[in-house]
Design a protein around this ligand. Sequence first.
Ligand code: NAD
Length: 352
Amino acid sequence: MVFSSIGEAGHEQVSYFTDPETGLQAIIAVHDTTLGRSLGGTRILDYGSEREALEDVLRLSRAMTYKAAAADLPLGGGKAVVLGDPAEIKTEALFEAYGRAVDCMGGRYITSVDVNSGVADMDVVARETDHVVGTSDGLEDPSPITAHGVFRGIRACAEHVYGTDSLDGRDVVIQGLGKVGRSLAEQLLEHGASVTVSDIDADHVEAFAREHDVETVAPDAVYERPCDVFAPCAIGGVVNDETIPLLECDVVAGGANNVLAERRHANALRERGILYAPDYVLNGGGLITVAKEYLGGTREEAREEASAIGDRLLEMIERAADREVAVLEAADAYAEERIADAEGESSAVPRP
Ligand code: NAD
């Protein structure tokens, strides 16, 4: 059963690690290293079962392959999950043991932060391995660069839909005023957009609205708020069977991961005449930043590379329009072509 799950989505390697002394139970999945070493964060969750943990790490590592390929990075896709309640299991000893696990992958997998693992944890992992990014010695919080890529992506969508990439006077609704949402809102305001913000944390909204000229909307009214662009920057699954009929926008383009509840919702949006910019293309600035940290480079260079997200997305949008398919399909095809081209070029070169 395990071999068939791994084989179905084309994973190269799935490794299980245990350390009885610290209670570590981790799975590292390497999906594809055609373009380079695999990179992806460490998710710590109290999974309902080992099967659930395996499914999660397989799905997440595959998604990283597409994200890295679509960002034009020389990296493949990987991910790790550590099983257990983060409130109970997170100790320095556990992260040291986990660092040794990452190290024995020999650089085929590079780890970083994810749900329930942060910078301080990666600092401990770094005691045991060089194959870690997102430490306090790194390029700092990638969120403003992520937001910059999203901003460039929104401009590309405007170019396609309105014939101009100017956002002057465009109405943008942002769901989620966290690190990405706040920075995106500021960039949009600087470029003359009219911004409406929403967050389940009323303090975030109040603090932001005190300092910026924005409108606000209640979290449960965000979908039906008429606008040009709806930018989900909070959680996944927000575009679904219930919310799609409510949307009154031309474009859905935001920074959140897994915006669509299911893949078929990309077509549902298209049928409603709404342009959906795939989240993994738009929010690639975060991965671009941590990749720069590992491969060597500056924050400024990462920002430059994130700027290219706009042109790349526009190319995908145009290809999708020509083929009469959702942009998600064109984005997947772009990533798959990059991998196929690299496979052709380097079939004689051993993988990392
Ligand atoms: P964050 O935790 O700083 O902010 C999330 C915000 O969303 C919080 O203010 C929270 O109160 C709000 N929120 C949560 N549920 C909500 C809901 N149902 N409705 C409205 N608001 C809600 O997170 P972040 O770093 O800004 O990331 C936002 C999204 O972008 C996440 O999906 C994350 O996975 C994705 N992402 C972030 C980066 C990055 O560099 N930070 C990179 C790639 C993708």
